[in-house]
Design a protein around this ligand. Structure first.
Ligand code: CA
Length: 157
């Protein structure tokens, strides 16, 4: 399933790298350079996830994250912060602002994709193609099949 990801990053080289890797993994990137453009973008298209740089030209990533959390429409939008800051204090500030996860720069494309996957699995299980197992219940989102203790109970949902 393709996932639309809003990328808010003011460094063109990093934005390009992220965009390339998201496309390569079947995601749809929407790239902007600052929080002001991001606000306009979110008003038009609600993404499935936001990759948000901490240090942006005017409004900071933290401020933008807080703003997303305040509004009903974007309250539960998964946010991954991109940051060069590794101080614990800063991480706590980011998590308080509503970030779901962190990626510290420089990061590998592999880590980026893995973290996106983990956040989506946690926040939007319906966006995941992975089989979900809970107790004796098994859900296969790809084939839309449900098993209880390995017995298929539906043909298709
Ligand atoms: Ca930056």
């Amino acid at each position: 399933m393709s996932v639309t990801i809003l990328v808010v990053e003011d460094e063109p080289a990093i934005q390009e790298l992220i965009s390339y890797n998201l496309k390569k993994n079947g995601h749809v990137p929407l790239c902007v350079y600052d929080a002001e453009q991001a606000i306009i973008m979110v008003n038009n298209v609600l993404p499935d996830l936001v990759l948000l740089d901490w240090m942006l030209p005017s409004m900071s990533g933290i401020e933008f994250a807080r703003r997303l959390r305040r509004e009903t429409r974007t309250k539960s939008l998964p946010i991954i912060m991109l940051t060069a800051r590794i101080e614990e204090q800063d991480k706590i500030l980011g998590l308080d602002a509503g970030a779901d996860d962190y990626i510290t720069k420089p990061f590998s494309p592999r880590e980026l994709i893995a973290r996106i996957k983990a956040v989506l699995r946690r926040r939007l299980p319906e966006m995941s193609d992975e089989i979900i197992e809970l107790g004796g219940l098994k859900l296969d989102p790809t084939t839309h099949r449900v098993f209880v203790y390995r017995v298929l109970i539906n043909k298709r949902l």
